[in-house]
Write a protein that binds this ligand. Structure first.
Ligand code: PRT
Ligand code: MG
Length: 219
């Protein structure tokens, strides 16, 4: 009989809200991360379980590490997973953390409804090209998409774009920059993703952790 007691597991997380909001769920599964990524320069963090490590990667890189099996499982936002496409990933659990929404926003003075009604060609700046393309194609709105890597809120203020597609949680960033939300595209939360091969080969080790996380995320 084989045993998986010595199976090593690697979990991919991003610093910031995902790391912080995942910690209590991990603790419910008996896993305590013993170094703080905000103060440590290590990219591989130990846990109380010598067989379990946490790797710290960019939020948008989490699906890639899990897809290729460099991490067995990870936590990523639906925004990031939608852009990645989900290839090689099993997505068993909505963790209900890092919640926000994907929206279209414009400068307060811009008449979005009218521009759409007139069939105007809109310039839209975003980090989320695929999501934005799908959204506007479904509405039949013609857009030129401009890829940005951050601070999307700036684009309408300096004439780079008519609109942005970005994440909104409290709305204070939009308000501070005199922008208004004109459409909700989708609700976002973070999901646990598991490498499909690891799910089969390391099932005995992974299953109880996934179950404990699932239970804690529903509370
Ligand atoms: O920051 P970095 O460029 O390294 O990467 P990242 O922005 O992808 O990572 P991070 O840690 O900021 O976000 C990780 C995940 O958290 C995202 O993929 C989302 O699924 C989720 N999340 C939840 C958010 C927000 N809420 C959020 N408010 N991600 C980003 N924001 C940003 C948003 O882009 C906007 O600039 O916060 C600003 C708006 O916030 P409010 O509260 O002012 O509305
Ligand atoms: Mg960010």
């Amino acid at each position: 009989m084989t045993t998986q007691a010595n199976t090593k597991l690697t979990l991919a997380l991003s610093k910031g809200r995902i790391f912080e909001e995942t910690l209590p769920l991990l603790e419910a599964a008996g896993i305590v991360v013993t170094e703080n990524p905000e103060t440590s320069r290590k990219l591989i963090l130990p846990t109380n379980d010598p067989q379990v490590n946490v790797i710290i990667v960019r939020a948008s890189d989490v699906p890639t590490y899990v897809q290729y099996g460099a991490a067995d499982f990870g936590v990523a936002g639906k925004d990031v997973l939608h852009e990645h496409g989900g290839e090689g990933l099993y997505q068993p659990i909505d963790l209900n953390i890092a919640k926000c929404r994907m929206s279209v926003a414009v400068s307060a003075g811009f008449d979005y409804e009218n521009a759409v009604r007139q069939g105007a060609r809109l310039r839209v700046a975003t980090k989320y090209l695929l999501t934005a393309r799908e959204h506007f194609a479904a509405k039949g709105v013609h857009v030129d998409l401009i890829k940005l890597y951050g601070s999307m809120e700036l684009a309408p203020l300096v004439g780079l774009a008519d609109a942005i597609v970005d994440l909104v949680s409290t709305g204070s960033t939009l308000r501070a920059n005199n922008l208004v939300e004109v459409e909700h595209i989708m609700e976002i939360s973070s999901r646990l993703v598991v490498n499909q091969a690891a799910l089969k080969l390391k099932r005995e080790r992974l299953q109880p952790i996934l179950e404990a996380i699932q239970k804690a995320s529903n509370q």
